[in-house]
Design a protein. Structure first.
Length: 612
């Protein structure tokens, strides 16, 4: 133990670091994870593998790999050695590895505790070996076993390799931490911190006894089960009882990445190997490999219309807000936000700074959802109201690309865009990088923008007067019409046509002074009209008027409204098939009257009908 602590102190000095307390992986302070040589969540504070397996836990990333049945691949070929790149490794499915080296399951979980990134890892084997050697790779790039018995993916300088040896029935655990470093081209005789252990392999923590004992003195440790323990997942040992790990078949450990490597790191893949943990010249036997995306980013998006006063039918302004969320472990940096308003979630046009007005990022301020002011959380990232408050009460982050975003936190963004698309589906894609410009998979989200229809409406007023006229030497009744049409909506109206729908003859086209009406409140939103018609009869429905001859009728107005319009009030609009709308409105019913002087049904001129 003294040797391990001595090497850790030397590591801190070599890194030029001030030796300050760091989070031990096995207690003191307790709270993150139980490392007790079993998988069941016990009385001690912290998660355990059973917690994670059933969907709980406080980890940022968790992977569980089953390496049995058809997925039980093993190493083969002379190139499948630790110092070689995965591109040189080979695999096959048979024969199976020796039972004592046969991995049945592997698991890892990433936790963040303040600045400390701690990864817990584990595996179980088919059979008890008494002594065992396992190794755990944490790859920064995506490494996978692909068809043809080869591996896809390559090492990156800084990949982490943890070699663990268990001896004396599992009572002694020796651990060594290495990193992949292409500048190492030979092994050095003494494996001190910083020494090259083999080609491409550099020592970060020298070999030392480090069994997890809850003492709080370890930045890396491991432990195995010294007695049979229950398995929370389906497990069948070579000999024994299902769901029970025989002695020294269950292994777990932890490593404080921040303490050993100086900062959190991003990883994409996790691998457990058996048979060649520190024997770099021998071929490893079994492996279990899976994705382990420690660094990841998520994005949310809302689309609202804060104010309709700046909108036009062909220029609707939407207000976009959302979050860039670090839902992984290590510190990340937002490097680009892309936007697409065409409704296609797979294609993006230009960066926001070029495609729409520049995006602004904020450290979110406090919000109030009815219970008083409180801190903004990532759970608020899909609430348009709380996002707006977070922006109003927040502080600008500029430049966002140089501002680290810690795990579990979020920056809020805001921008506006103008489009002629109504009820658009708007999509954003967020790009971020991890430490050392590590490329993180992009995140996307979309929002349905609210329907923004523009009121199209007209008010038609009509007055009429019955007069006498001479037509072909005959005295006839003529109904003179006058009135006004006003645009009472938000959109301009064109192609205005007016007709009188009199009940005693064909409709009569009237003459408006203008056929284009500006939106309400603008100059030119009203126009006068005049016209006349010769009735052929008068309505007996109004005979109760006594000695008056009534001629009731209305004026109908039709006009063309632009796209994104809708009828409002007493105006109805129907699509024309070419993107515009034909809108129709009717006037008040005007009653034009002629007087009957002496009861002989001879009519004389009547008064001008009143306005409605």
């Amino acid at each position: 133990m003294r040797k391990f602590i001595y090497y850790w102190a030397m590591l801190c000095i070599a890194m030029g670091a001030v030796i300050t307390p760091v989070y031990a992986v096995d207690g003191d302070p307790p709270g993150l994870f139980e490392l007790e040589g079993d998988a069941q969540d016990g009385a001690a504070t912290g998660d355990d593998w059973s917690t994670l397996y059933t969907g709980g836990g406080g980890q940022t990333t968790y992977v569980f790999i089953t390496d049995t049945g058809t997925s039980d691949n093993i190493f083969t070929g002379g190139g499948s050695k630790t110092p070689n790149d995965p591109g040189d490794w080979l695999w096959k499915t048979s024969p199976p590895p020796p039972d004592k080296d046969n991995v049945t399951h592997a698991y890892a979980a990433n936790y963040m505790d303040g600045p400390d990134q701690i990864i817990y890892f584990g595996a179980d084997l088919l059979a008890d070996n008494g002594d065992a050697e396992l190794a755990f790779w944490f790859f920064q790039s995506n490494v996978s076993a692909v068809a043809g018995g080869v591996f896809d993916g390559h090492h990156v300088n800084g990949d982490v390799y943890v070699a663990v040896k268990f001896s004396q029935g599992g009572t002694v655990a020796t651990i060594t931490v290495f990193e992949w470093d292409e500048t190492c081209n030979k092994a050095e005789k003494v494996w001190d911190t910083g020494a090259c252990a083999a080609d491409n392999i550099r020592v970060k923590v020298p070999e030392a006894e480090a069994i997890c004992d809850g003492s709080g003195s370890h930045v890396a440790c491991a432990i195995t089960n010294e007695e049979p323990e229950y398995s929370p997942w389906p497990y069948t040992p070579k000999s024994g009882t299902d769901h029970w790990f025989p002695v020294t078949t269950f292994f777990e450990g932890g490593i404080n990445i921040s303490a050993i490597f100086g900062a959190p790191m991003c990883f994409s893949s996790f691998m457990v190997t058996t048979g060649a943990s520190t024997s770099f010249t021998s071929t490893a036997k079994d492996f279990a490999l899976g994705e382990f995306d420690v660094c990841s980013v998520d994005v949310s998006k809302t689309c609202v219309n804060d104010s309709e006063t700046d909108d036009a039918p062909d220029a609707i302004t939407y207000d976009i807000r959302g979050c860039g969320i670090n839902d992984g472990g290590a510190l990340i940096y937002v490097s680009g936000l892309f936007n697409d308003i065409e409704g296609d979630v797979d294609e993006f046009d230009e960066p926001i700074g070029e495609y729409v007005p520049a995006v602004t990022w904020y450290q979110p301020g406090q919000v109030d959802d009815g219970g008083g002011l409180r801190d903004f959380t990532t759970g608020d990232c899909n609430d348009a109201t709380l996002l707006k408050q977070a922006v109003q009460n927040g502080s600008v982050v500029d430049p966002v690309a140089a501002s680290g975003l810690a795990g579990g936190n979020a920056f809020v963004y805001e921008f506006s865009e103008t489009t002629d698309i109504n009820t658009a589906t708007d999509t954003v894609r967020l790009h971020a990088v991890g430490p050392g410009d590590y490329e993180i998979d992009d995140a996307t989200d979309y929002a349905e923008c609210p329907s923004r229809t523009f009121a199209a409406s007209m008010l038609v007023t009509k007055q009429c007067q019955a007069n006498l006229d001479i037509v072909n030497d005959y005295v006839v009744v003529r109904i003179d019409i006058q009135g006004m049409v006003c645009n009472t909506g938000e959109v301009p109206l064109t192609g205005l046509v007016l007709s009188d729908a009199n009940p005693s003859g064909p409709p009569t086209t009237l003459l408006p002074a203008a056929t284009t009406l500006a939106p309400q409140g603008d100059e030119g939103d009203c126009t006068d009209y005049v016209g006349f018609y010769y009735p052929t009869a008068y309505s007996t429905a109004e005979s109760e008027l006594g000695n008056l001859c009534p001629f009731p009728d209305t004026v109908e107005a039709t006009a063309i409204a632009p796209e994104n319009s809708a009828g409002f009030g007493d105006t109805s609009c129907e699509p024309t098939g070419s993107g515009t709308f034909l809108c129709t409105a009717e006037s008040n019913q005007a009653l034009c009257k002629l007087r009957v002087d002496d009861g002989d049904n001879d009519c004389s001129t009547g008064p001008l009908s009143p306005l409605p």
